[in-house]
Design a protein around this ligand. Structure first.
Ligand code: G6P
Length: 481
């Protein structure tokens, strides 16, 4: 049978989401990101994108689509099959295992002596995670032509490659991790069966890929430790063999979409927001950060470091504004809601301590607005990107591309982007408040010439592998044997 050119993608979050309007209609909101742009490069070879319904709006859209293949008018003509996984199963898989266990392990967020507790709730959630992964494997198996290629995304779907291989041995299956991978001594915190099941799930594909070598090597270490994998370093790839089956492991460091960003950041809606921000900031310097309000982004410590800067360097009083955009994320989880509150509390505290008539030291916005984010990138003198750990961090790559006059980048050494941008960024330990405050001071004090030079080099490094090239690189690598 001829091998198909079809390419399928599977991810938890799809390229579109739906919100019910008051008149009963559903408003489609399209997402951006590397996968959406990457798929565009495939033209006619793009097969179906399989994703999950994330909320009631999505479920209604699936109901109306009768079977889940969404109306092409809502998806830019792309074939998107949205799975209406029972709400309890989805909750167990997404909020439970994916975001409260695997995300925590890979980002090393467990800090309390009482957590994690792998009790019977965890076991029920794990069963939900297996059902959720099986629903994806079933849908992909039903959708794929003979010999099609399937690109499975992220920690939500780590069991899918193995499950799909059982159902359809003819397919070529790749898995891509957008997160860091935990070092073996942290990963081993998972119950042994779970830890092995996740590794075996990913190894069930032909190839597994990561954003940096650091994460790829950590994955290989875990496979060696927990499964006795034999690891052979082939230079451009690692070959991992367990029970006679070999899975290739590679790296593709997703970059910023330079062409899109340069065009998008000069549209009138961005210009309008830029004018508003400039009025707010006046002739002061700006330190900008833009994040989802995500525990791993380290927003609270970033604010404490800024407070430290104002204490240690009173010369910056009334001469700098910290523009912080922290957009809501995963609000079903109490710890994310608490973190969101803490961000506001600490920002208010800094304003109460240092603010004076005409100067608000921290301008915090929590309502997601992409055009305003781009406006902030354009005007930033300094960008603060200080995650505890991060698979890549695209903000670090987007700012230098969009910046009008050059922007100094203060970057955590624990972000994947450090591998690509480390030379021209001011590199920090994300836990070190004094060190971060010093880096902010250095960044604010940099001459315009040095800033512009560094920004030029950062922008070149940041766009080395834009989303289309990143996506095609994964596909071509999957074809190699
Ligand atoms: C990270 C993950 C993605 C995820 C995104 C947003 O970047 O790697 O898979 O889609 O966060 O998180 P959310 O839970 O809102 O989808």
């Amino acid at each position: 049978m001829a091998t198909s050119d079809q390419v399928l993608v599977a991810s938890n979050r799809g390229p579109v989401g739906f919100t019910p309007a008051e008149d009963g209609t559903l408003v489609a909101k399209r997402g951006g990101g590397g996968l959406v742009s990457g798929l565009g490069a495939l033209g006619d070879h793009a097969g179906t994108w399989v994703c999950a319904a994330l909320d009631d709006g999505d479920r209604q859209a699936v109901g109306r689509a009768g079977g889940g293949l969404l109306d092409p008018a809502d998806t830019d003509g792309r074939a998107v099959r949205m799975l209406d996984i029972p709400a309890e199963t989805f909750d167990a898989a997404y909020n439970g295992i994916a975001n409260s266990v695997l995300w925590f392990v890979h980002h090393m967020l467990y800090q309390s002596p009482l957590e994690p507790l792998f009790d019977h709730h965890f076991e029920e959630q794990w069963a939900g995670y297996e059902r959720y992964n099986a629903a994806f494997a079933d849908a992909l198996a039903a959708e794929a032509e003979h010999g099609a290629r399937v690109l499975v995304q992220d920690y939500h779907l780590s069991l899918v490659p193995g499950m799909l291989r059982e159902r359809r041995p003819d397919l070529r299956i790749g898995h891509f991790s957008h997160t860091p991978w935990a070092p073996a001594e942290c990963y081993r915190m998972l119950p042994d069966d779970t830890a092995r099941a996740v590794l075996r799930g990913i190894l069930g594909g032909d190839r597994a890929a990561f954003l940096t070598w650091r994460w790829a090597k950590a994955f290989a270490d875990c496979c060696r430790d927990l499964l006795g994998a034999e690891v052979v370093d082939r230079g451009h790839e690692l070959h991992l063999t367990v029970d006679g089956e070999t899975t290739r492991v590679g790296v593709h460091g997703l970059g910023a979409d330079g062409d899109f960003l340069r065009e998008r950041s000069h549209r009138p809606d961005v210009d309008e927001r830029l004018a508003v921000l400039r009025r707010q900031v006046g002739d002061r310097r700006t330190i900008v950060r833009v994040d989802r309000t995500e525990l791993s982004k380290n927003i609270v410590r970033g604010l404490h470091a800024y407070r430290r800067l104002l204490h240690r360097h009173p010369e910056w009083h009334d001469r700098v504004v910290h523009v912080a955009f922290a957009y809501p994320s995963r609000q079903d989880l109490a710890i994310y809601r608490e973190y969101t509150e803490e961000v506001s509390r600490v920002a208010d505290g800094i304003n109460a301590e240092f603010g004076r008539d005409g100067w608000t030291p921290v301008v915090l916005h929590v309502k997601d607005d992409f055009a305003r984010s781009l406006a902030a990138y354009r005007m930033a003198d300094v960008a603060l990107v200080n995650p505890i750990r991060d698979g890549m961090n695209l903000v670090a790559k987007e700012v230098p591309v969009v910046s009008d006059d050059g922007c100094a980048l203060v970057l955590s050494r624990e972000a994947g982007a450090f591998a690509d941008l480390g030379e021209d960024a001011l590199v920090i330990n994300p836990y070190d408040l004094a060190g971060t405050a010093d880096a902010l001071h250095r960044a604010l004090s940099m001459t315009p010439e040095e800033r512009a030079d560094r920004t030029k080099r950062l922008a070149a490094a940041a766009t080395a592998l834009p989303p289309t090239a990143w996506f095609l690189a994964q596909l071509h690598a999957l074809d190699e044997r």
